[in-house]
Design a protein around this ligand. Sequence first.
Ligand code: ZN
Length: 317
Amino acid sequence: MPYDENQHPYTGPRRSRRGLVAVAALVPVGLAGWLIWHGAGGNDAPGPAAASTPSSAGKPGDAGPTASPSLSASPSPSASATSSRAPERPRAKGPLAGKVVVVDPGHNPGNFRHPSEINKLVDIGTNRKECDTTGTATVDGYREADFTLDVSRRLRTLLEKQGARVEFTQENDRPFGPCVDERARFGNEAKADAVISVHADGSGTGNRGFHVILPALVKGGAADTSKIVGPSRDLGERIAGHFLRATGSAPSNYVGGGTGLDVRGDLGGLNLSTVPKVFIECGNMRDAEDAALLTSPGWRQKAAQGMADGIGSYLRK
Ligand code: ZN
């Protein structure tokens, strides 16, 4: 059954899992540069064009500091005691200071208790679509909605250490949802520099690996992605490259032709976004081998690290 707005039907012949070098040889664009780059020991990459020339594009260790001890700084007692204004947010320090990242943990653990609400159709510009879905789960019952929250919290910690301001669309702090249109508006209204919607897929057994979903060029109703297609691709390619490097997982063997990238025009969360945004499907919860990774806290930390590295690379460019 279709669990997921982002579920992909099985669309092509299965390929056996290959080593990363072999995968790289199959990848014609984008990620190929990343694979070569990271295989050469690069720690960062300025973008797809430069990624194909790793020897001149950077050096190991240029990713910047990963933590700032000053983050916990708070306004001095005297300042807060003498001011009647709302307390100001402590000024974060770090390479991502001043940047706003919206993290959208896919689905909501409460969605399955609210079928009528989440099945209500909402306007996604190009057409109407369900407000939200329950998400998938592993065979053993580990729910995607719990996975997305866990990874998102790990990601928040990593980004905040670098000074970014991180906002969540939901943190299991509401009975269901939000609807996909509201998730998109959240990033828009936050004027986010980058948005990532975290998911895991519900595809057939044997289908493995991660992929990042980029917005297609769509115009219709409230949807107009013309300004975000380019920057979202840049964001997504960086996340895919760093995710691969941090987790060691191969790009999807069933979506994206081995690139780890897919482009879709049917997702309200992307269609209605006016700020750079991507989805990531971290793996396939319905495949036993992928499920073993997705249920591992250690692997989830690597997944969050890969996302944080990709987002940080995009925001520092
Ligand atoms: Zn999902």
